[in-house]
Design a protein around this ligand. Sequence first.
Ligand SMILES: NC(=O)c1ccc[n+]([C@@H]2O[C@H](COP(=O)([O-])OP(=O)(O)OC[C@H]3O[C@@H](n4cnc5c(N)ncnc54)[C@H](O)[C@@H]3O)[C@@H](O)[C@H]2O)c1
Length: 267
Amino acid sequence: MVEGTVAVTGAAGRIGTAVRGALRPEVSRLVLLDRTPLRPEADNEETLTVDLRDETAVESALTGVDRVLHLGGLPDEAPLADLLDANVLGTHHVLEAARRRRISRVVLASSNRLTGFHPAGQLTGPGEPPRPDSLYGVSKVAVEALGRLYADKFGLSVICLRIGSYEQAPREPRHLSTWLSPRDALGYFRAALSAPATTRFATVYAVSANTRRFWTLPGRQELDYTPVDDAEAYAEQIPGAQAPVDPSAPQGGAFATPEFTLRHLRP
Ligand SMILES: NC(=O)c1ccc[n+]([C@@H]2O[C@H](COP(=O)([O-])OP(=O)(O)OC[C@H]3O[C@@H](n4cnc5c(N)ncnc54)[C@H](O)[C@@H]3O)[C@@H](O)[C@H]2O)c1
């Protein structure tokens, strides 16, 4: 159970839609923000059409909110200017609203792609330095840095979740390492929203308990959630699942190739 009024940004998105349905019966009031218009589906829901790039609109939408799950933004590779606008400035606006409105918890949707150049054979934890696999990953480095700044300087309580591959089921070999099941995603979100106020700042990988995972699971002192799903249960259905993995290859796989980013750069 998450107490108080919870705001979800990016509520019209893939993850936001699932979170909305799950949190609706668990919170007294749900404030749903997106630039895509939404309609309330229950008495305890309020929907607001807000562009995260509009600082005043973000602060107004978050007035009276106790906790924020900030999912809104661009979820993949894009021109850097667009990522800076939606992801970095957008997060700054959410954190500014939290500072000025004294919001007790901000949960930031970060990404595994922030460390996509670490090698596949190395179990990686949040203490390792960033090695982004994309301009998108760079934007998430800045998102986490803003969260840290607001925790250190202004005393906000911020938890960064480095989300793995959010899928109903793993579909490709990389997902055997990176899968985040919908059930585990909700477990991480609930735990982050309701973690004790003594948690000033934490960064954890939000990944299922995959046998082949690249990342460490959070310790109890960081976040009280233990994932339950394991992508290995799907391995037989995934072509190429038994092919050997080069331990020196980047964890980001195809996301780490030049081609992935070059289409957003000048020729
Ligand atoms: N899906 C994944 O596997 C995954 C993995 C790692 C991290 N994440 C992160 O989780 C979050 C949610 O991802 P998703 O898969 O649901 O993405 P999504 O694209 O489905 O949802 C993002 C939502 O943000 C909204 N949005 C984008 N720019 C906006 C703006 N300027 N103002 C207001 N709203 C805006 C979009 O309209 C959309 O509804 C993102 O921050 C993403 O980077 C997702």
